[in-house]
Design a protein around this ligand. Structure first.
Ligand SMILES: *[C@@H]1O[C@H](CO)[C@@H](O)[C@H](O)[C@H]1NC(C)=O
Ligand SMILES: *[C@@H]1O[C@H](CO)[C@@H](O)[C@H](O)[C@H]1NC(C)=O
Ligand SMILES: *[C@@H]1O[C@H](CO)[C@@H](O)[C@H](O)[C@H]1NC(C)=O
Ligand SMILES: *[C@@H]1O[C@H](CO)[C@@H](O)[C@H](O)[C@H]1NC(C)=O
Length: 401
């Protein structure tokens, strides 16, 4: 019965335009053994509230048709693992709230040509998602008029987030895989890199707001942010460091930000940092996910490291708790260090430096769930940092299914 999660990659196919006509290569193997009947448990501490996720199973990419976003995803009406796949269909006008529709496509035979679509990128290397008519006899797909939109005015990147729990837990909770919050992408004013930012529509879900006044956060201290639903929140904070003189020297061998973040986790004291947010934290800090900065003195400039440290995110050691990191192209002498985290029960999506680095983590706390989750601003460096602004919002539930 065991199946590797990698199997799911098989379903991450999309339609690609090839010389005006979509050429389909289809493969979908329906394995009866992979169909388990299960009921989704009522107690769902990890289920997200404003990230798109189907009732069960797998998701594919979105497409736009006459101004309406369509999301087709793999769905197994009979079980929590894949098998018996139909293409389920939801539509949205804002990429936040969704209306479910009847499944778009059913498999018509055990090894069904309609089951999974893939193709080749043409010379233009552009990817399009379209609605159209598929002619099974000729194996040709013709997109409808108006379904290929060359320029939406915005470039939207919509990723998919894997679980980092073990397969038995995925089966137990009855679902696996969620969509990230769609991001707008644009070229930074330096013209050196792309930046990513959650689509503005997500702010419609912001409810009660808590604000912290500008203040100094002394080395070794932390501040509890109360009054928001910490398991379902949007947090925006900015820091300013006035004295960089004590910054730790960056060893020239520390070139891999992820390795550096694992070596220097939130619990390793530094001078300028770690400072940032403790999210999905339990009352006694037995569990927390730490999203933070450290500032180092490099060869001829200061180097800012952003980390998302999952090492203490859960007391359950069966989950993958790898930390992630990125060096951020921000000059801490002249610029504030901003951080935004979208927290949704088992997701922490963090945007550093206004979207210059983005880290999305999946975490499964056992204590810091729902009303037991806390949010803190922390500074575990020896030097003071200034919080220049901080707002946190309780997030409402999106309409998803
Ligand atoms: C699609 O649009 C083109 C150009 O606007 C038009 O010539 C053609 O007849 C349309 N086709 C259909 C099936 O509506
Ligand atoms: C998803 O995560 C699981 C468990 O960590 C891993 O085994 C699997 O390879 C991942 N799948 C994809 C498609 O990345
Ligand atoms: C801060 O550092 C101390 C000492 O290293 C450590 O015990 C504590 O867990 C750290 N705090 C966080 C939030 O990691
Ligand atoms: C926690 O860990 C145990 C042992 O590895 C595992 O069986 C269990 O399913 C895990 N998950 C939860 C949510 O407790």
């Amino acid at each position: 019965m065991a199946i590797s999660s990698a199997c799911f990659f098989f379903f991450l196919c999309s339609l690609f335009l090839s010389h005006g006509v979509l050429e389909l290569e289809a493969s979908h193997h329906v394995d009866q053994n992979l169909q388990v009947s299960s009921t989704t448990p009522k107690y769902q501490p990890y289920r997200t509230s404003y990230h798109f996720q189907p009732p069960k199973n797998w998701i594919n990419g979105p497409m736009v048709y006459r101004g309406i976003y369509h999301l087709m995803y793999q769905y197994n009406p009979k079980g929590a693992v894949w098998g018996n796949i139909v293409w389920a269909h939801s539509t949205s006008t804002d990429l936040v709230n969704w209306t479910p529709h009847d499944p778009a496509i059913y498999p018509s035979q055990p090894s069904d040509i309609n089951g999974c679509w893939s193709g080749e990128l043409d010379d233009t290397k552009y990817e399009y998602y379209t609605i159209g008519t598929y002619n099974p006899d000729k194996d040709i797909y013709v997109p409808d008029n108006g379904s290929v939109e060359s320029d939406l005015g915005l470039r939207i990147l919509w990723g998919w987030l894997n679980e980092s729990s073990i397969l038995v837990d995925d089966i137990k909770k009855g679902w696996a895989g969620v969509q990230a919050i769609p991001r707008t992408i644009w070229l930074d004013k330096s013209r050196k890199q792309l930046v990513q930012w959650p689509i503005a529509e997500i702010e419609k879900l912001r409810g009660h707001q808590v604000h912290l006044p500008q203040q100094v956060l002394k080395g070794g201290l932390s501040l509890e942010v109360s009054g928001v639903t910490a398991a379902q929140a949007d947090v925006v904070i900015s820091f300013k460091v006035s004295d960089l003189g004590k910054a730790e020297v960056l060893d020239p061998s520390w070139t891999n930000p992820q390795v550096l973040c694992s070596k220097k986790s939130a619990s390793v004291k530094g001078s300028l940092g770690p400072f940032g947010l403790l999210v999905l934290a339990s009352k006694g800090l037995q569990e927390y996910t730490a999203v933070f900065y450290r500032i180092f003195k490099g060869q001829n400039k200061y180097v800012v490291l952003m980390c998302s440290d999952q090492s203490r995110s859960s007391l359950n050691n069966s989950n993958d708790k790898t930390s992630y990191g990125a060096f951020l192209d921000v000059d801490p002498i002249h610029e504030e260090l901003s951080l935004r985290s979208l927290i949704d029960h088992s997701i922490v999506e963090s945007f550093g430096g206004g979207g210059k680095a983005v880290i999305a983590a999946r975490v499964y706390p056992t204590l810091a769930i729902d009303g037991q989750a806390h949010l803190q601003v922390f500074n575990n460096g020896t030097e003071n940092v200034q919080i220049t602004s901080m707002s946190a919002w309780s997030m409402k539930k999106a309409q998803i299914s």
